[in-house]
Design a protein around this ligand. Structure first.
Ligand code: PLP
Length: 428
């Protein structure tokens, strides 16, 4: 790790914490991050030449594996024609058509540059459309670093133990109601008290920022019912789950249709791309058709559109998702066997090619409290043992794992051999 160490030292002199997104600094697990030189298929290669089987997949986008030739070719060919025009392009139309063909609830869409922009804009749209200000979010869910949503958030904020954030005005978060995830009764009770003041409910339909917690039966149904009864906008934040947990995202998997959907990650194939969309009458409130303002100099960027369309085209059939899900189940079964053999209590969750490993004897893990009760020290030992053995898991106990179509049998076997040693280290 000599070169990574030197780069981290240099980075810390110039970049806050040495990283451009907090979780990358390994604060949640200790130690120093490897600096990545390149990636291909299921593997990352660090600056010291070490190879890792990668279960972070750039935090989700690389569903077809790293540097997929078709995505790389689309980027190279498009870049040769110019990087940005600030004017409409055919690629934006093709992206919108592709998204709509894959996800029927998207009657109209708007492209943005990140997941954060997607949730921020969807929230403004829901408020502008309903003329209401209050929103509901769920504890442990993360929707990007939007002021109004940075309350009891998961992901990096949870990893660093930050309940909110200095710099977020009180007046903004006063309009944010936080409720427990997977608790339909809490939602009904809240709507019973103030349903007609609620502009929107925003939810990760599979929570992926407090590790991986799928919805319990009846939870998403209750959200749909309450929003329908009170004229509130139901927003599914599918930035992580979109085209990841199924060919029609979480909404197809669980059979609940939101009013608005936020997307990111997979739809950019590794480029900075996000989108939001949904019911035509709500989307018509957006500028230039309506009064709710939203814009972006680089939104719909041609290179991003080309990468995204190519990435989506690699995962646009049910068969691809079925085989991703099978590979993920094979991995989890193998991990479970090895944990049991070592006598380490571990519980697993899975939704498509997203998975969660929890150091607890509670199974299944369904709530934020369950996640918080897990053994963090055991996770840290496991994480570092896996890293030593050439397996790169998320450097936080509060992040989901991801597989790609490139995770083949040799990659999974290497992972399981590493896990045997890692669980033994946890047990010792
Ligand atoms: N929403 C969810 C569910 C996410 O997982 C994330 C990022 O991890 C975001 C929103 C924010 O996306 P970005 O980091 O692209 O701003």
């Amino acid at each position: 790790m000599q070169r990574s160490h030197e780069l981290f030292e240099r980075a810390r002199q110039h970049i806050v914490g040495g990283v451009n997104s907090p979780v990358r600094a390994f604060t949640g697990v200790g130690g120093e991050p490897p600096f990545i030189a390149r990636a291909e298929g299921p593997y990352l290669y660090d600056e010291d030449g070490k190879r890792y089987v990668d279960y972070v997949c750039s935090w989700g986008p690389m569903v077809a594996g790293h540097a997929h030739p078709e995505v790389v070719r689309a980027v190279q060919e498009t870049a040769a024609h110019g990087l940005s025009f600030g004017a409409p392009t055919e690629l934006e139309v093709r992206m919108a058509e592709k998204l709509k063909a894959m996800l029927p609830s998207l009657e109209r869409v708007r492209m943005v540059n990140s997941g954060t922009e997607a949730t921020m804009s969807a929230l403004r749209l829901a408020r502008g459309h309903t003329g209401r200000e209050k929103i509901i979010k769920f504890r442990g869910c993360y929707h990007g670093h939007v002021d109004a949503l940075l309350v009891q958030a998961g992901s990096g904020a949870l990893t660093l133990g930050i309940p909110g954030s200095p710099g977020v005005p009180e007046a903004v978060v006063e309009q944010t109601i936080t409720l427990p995830y997977n608790d339909p009764e809490a939602v009904r009770e809240c709507f019973g008290r103030m349903g007609d003041e609620i502009a929107a409910v925003i939810v990760e339909p599979v929570a992926g920022n407090m590790n991986c917690v799928p919805p319990v039966p009846g939870f998403l149904e209750a959200l749909r019912e309450c929003c329908d009864d009170h004229g509130s906008v139901l927003i599914f934040d599918e930035v992580m789950t979109g085209f990841r947990v199924g060919v029609q995202c979480a909404q197809g998997r669980y059979g609940i249709t939101p009013d608005l959907t936020c997307l990111g990650k997979v739809i950019g194939g590794g480029m900075p791309v996000g989108a939001f969309g949904g019911k035509a009458d709500i989307m018509a409130s957006l500028a230039p058709e309506g009064p709710v303002y939203q814009a972006g100099t680089l939104s719909g960027n041609p290179v991003g559109m080309a990468a995204g369309i190519a990435n989506l085209s690699l995962v646009d059939t049910p068969e691809v998702h079925r085989s991703l899900e099978e590979a993920t189940a094979t991995l989890i079964d193998g991990l479970r066997e090895r944990a049991q053999a070592a006598g380490v209590p571990v519980s697993f969750n899975q939704a498509g090619s997203m998975f969660g490993v929890f150091f607890t004897d509670k199974a299944p893990v369904t709530t934020f409290e369950d996640v918080q009760a897990c053994d963090l020290e055991a996770f840290k030992v496991f994480f570092h043992a896996m890293l030593d053995e050439g397996v790169y898991m998320a450097p936080s106990a509060f992040e989901a794992g991801f597989l790609s179509t490139a995770h083949d049998t040799p990659a999974i076997e290497q992972t399981l051999a590493a896990a045997e040693k890692a669980f033994a280290r946890v047990a010792s």
